[in-house]
Design a protein around this ligand. Structure first.
Ligand code: XCC
Length: 588
């Protein structure tokens, strides 16, 4: 009936043709962004879940259960009896139960039961406890159709529930089952930036988000026949490199080096050294196939749900994973002959990184209990912890949103947990090695040196933000408090993706204050802005803030952490001693 353009700040129209005002329009749009992001993560989780199901049915040529103990523990959370059952049988039963998480027969998602009681009560009271993953997303789309939910607050409550169905549902399933199938990440060293590509080898870049195919390509690249073929082509070997979150998945589990984050996908191609870029889905720019046309690089798409004009399509099928993996590696080997040596330019030496800090690995490093971390927070050597997460954004100078904020936080004894493209930014900047402890404040530095860990811990890909939820819940449960009582915060300095909006929604609704570097498109409704930045405090005990300047963002986060410390009666810095500086860095 539109286009409906309202003029919330002027004398122009205040309502659209149907009567929707700025509040409704902004709430609908934000809610739809959250649904798109939650659906992306959750559909990724579904693909992993279907693979577990195939393992349970014995219908795959390559996948097995890598972590039977973790699978049994998960099965117990779903009340599945595991005594005297084989791994295959448990995989079948667990997959079946988790498929119910996507449906409409549950009243509550079982994994949300990991949150502290007090948090779950808030979700109950506000009607935001997530039920079924698909259900919340579909209901969100229904409610934002014209003439359904015409109450902007009610729309946003369902948006919260949709976000929570991602964080404590779809994303958590993706993380947990990737660990079960491919292994729980353990600390390991690797390297990052375009320098990980090798001039004398066949380079295959693994790009996207889903580890199913990339895991088998890692196996296929070691196939003796294909290695012989590579030698016969004159190459020294087959080199794999990651990009974006698929890169994070194989980095943290297999130590595969990382070529770069989101904005480096075209740059990897223009090194002229990439034989094949394999893509699954999410964050793959349509531009990659255009860029690839200027070089010998083949882009290989692998999912029917993510096709790219100009790419060669090899449909992935978990029942024949290894065969398909080998087929793609062979394409790369055969394409080496087309490389133009004079056009190869690999710009820099790789930066070393230490990665792979799953919660299991963190607890392992602490001796099996969070108590040493709690002690360090209580005595103030670590002031608190912040998840710095999310994308690279071309509106900000490459990586600076992440690296400037991270440096300020660790200097002030705040432990930083990173995922996604934020992790790659910090890794390339040399912040993810144990020696970076020298850049941290005295308290954090001493803890890192005692444990031999970096002050910036790599927790994985973006679905692995759920590891941060699990750690926060474990700390809160250990102390008998709610997550919102802890000296924790989140930051997404360069977010662009709808997935990041969904993550922000579930992180804040889980009780963690979150500072965004980029403003979401909500300023047309001062009411929505007020709710997000103030009103949520009374309901969920946490809010959003928007601050593009990393120095100011760091001050906001430090003030938040110190006020949480004071409320817990821990030694705290006075807020008078943490002024919010003037904006200095022109990043945008
Ligand atoms: Fe995409 Fe995950 Fe964002 Fe990076 S951080 S730009 S979502 S790859 Ni997920």
């Amino acid at each position: 009936m539109g286009p409906c353009r309202v003029d919330p700040f002027g004398d122009g129209p205040q309502k659209g043709v149907c009567g929707a005002d700025a509040d409704i329009i902004v709430a609908r749009n934000l809610a739809r962004m959250i649904a798109a992001g939650a659906s992306s993560h959750s559909d990724h989780g579904r693909d992993i879940l279907e693979t577990l199901h195939r393992v349970g049915e014995g219908k795959t040529d390559v996948y097995t259960i890598s972590e039977p103990e973790k699978m049994r523990a998960l099965a117990a959370e779903y009340n599945i009896e595991t005594d005297d059952k084989s791994d295959q049988q448990i995989a079948a039963e667990l997959a079946w139960e988790m498929m119910e998480d996507y449906g409409m027969r549950r009243e509550k998602l079982p994994l949300a039961g990991r949150a502290p009681e007090a948090r779950q009560e808030i979700w109950e009271k506000t009607g935001t406890y997530p039920r079924g993953i698909d259900r919340e997303n579909v209901e969100m789309l229904h409610r934002t159709h014209m003439g359904v939910d015409n109450d902007w607050v009610n729309i946003l409550l369902q948006a919260v529930r949709t976000g929570l169905s991602d964080g404590w549902g779809g994303s958590m399933i993706a993380t947990e089952l990737s660990d079960v199938l491919f292994g729980i990440p353990t600390p390991k060293t690797s390297s990052m930036n375009l320098g990980v590509l090798k001039a004398d080898q066949i380079n295959i870049v693994l790009h996207g988000h889903n580890p199913m195919l990339s895991e088998v390509i890692v196996a296929a690249a070691q196939d003796p026949e294909l290695l012989d073929l590579a030698k016969a082509q004159g190459a020294e070997g087959i080199n794999l490199a990651g990009l974006c979150c698929t890169g994070n998945e194989v980095l943290m589990r297999k130590g595969i080096p990382m070529a770069g984050n989101h904005l480096m996908q075209e740059l990897a191609i223009i090194t002229g050294a990439v034989e094949v870029m394999v893509v699954d889905y999410q964050c793959i720019m349509p531009a990659v196939t255009e860029t690839a046309k200027c070089f010998h690089t083949k882009v290989v798409s692998t999912f029917d749900k993510a096709k790219f004009p100009g790419a060669e399509h090899v449909q992935f099928d978990p029942e024949h994973g290894l065969e398909i993996g080998k087929q793609i590696v062979r394409m790369a080997v055969e394409n080496y002959a087309n490389r133009v040596a004079e056009r190869v330019h690999i710009p820099s030496d790789p930066t070393p990184v230490m990665v792979g800090f799953s919660i299991e690995a963190i607890l392992g490093a602490l001796g099996g209990t969070p108590q040493p971390l709690v002690d360090a927070i209580v005595n103030g050597s670590i002031r608190g912890a912040v998840g710095v997460v999310g994308c690279s954004n071309p509106k900000i100078k490459q990586d600076l949103g992440h690296t400037e904020l991270t440096k300020q936080l660790i200097e002030n004894d705040i432990l930083v947990l990173v995922t996604g493209c934020a992790a790659v930014a910090d890794g390339k900047a040399g912040l993810m090695v144990p020696e970076a402890a020298d850049m941290a404040g005295p308290g954090l530095s001493a803890v890192c040196k005692a444990l031999g860990i970096p002050p910036v811990l790599h927790l994985g890909s973006c679905v692995d933000n759920t590891r941060i939820l699990v750690l926060a819940a474990a700390l809160a449960n250990h102390l008998g408090v709610d997550i919102s009582d802890l000296p924790l915060a989140g930051a997404a300095p360069e977010w662009y993706s709808e997935k990041a909006v969904a993550i922000g929604a579930y992180v804040v609704a889980s009780g963690i204050y979150t500072v965004l570097g980029m403003a979401p498109p909500v300023f047309g409704s001062p009411n929505v802005v007020k709710l997000l930045t103030e009103g949520l405090q009374d309901v969920f005990g946490a809010t959003f803030a928007v601050e593009p300047d990393p120095n100011r963002a760091a001050a906001l986060i430090r003030r938040h952490i110190e006020s949480k410390r004071a409320a817990l009666k821990l030694p705290a810095v006075s807020l008078d001693d943490i002024p919010i500086p003037d904006a200095e860095l022109a990043l945008v």
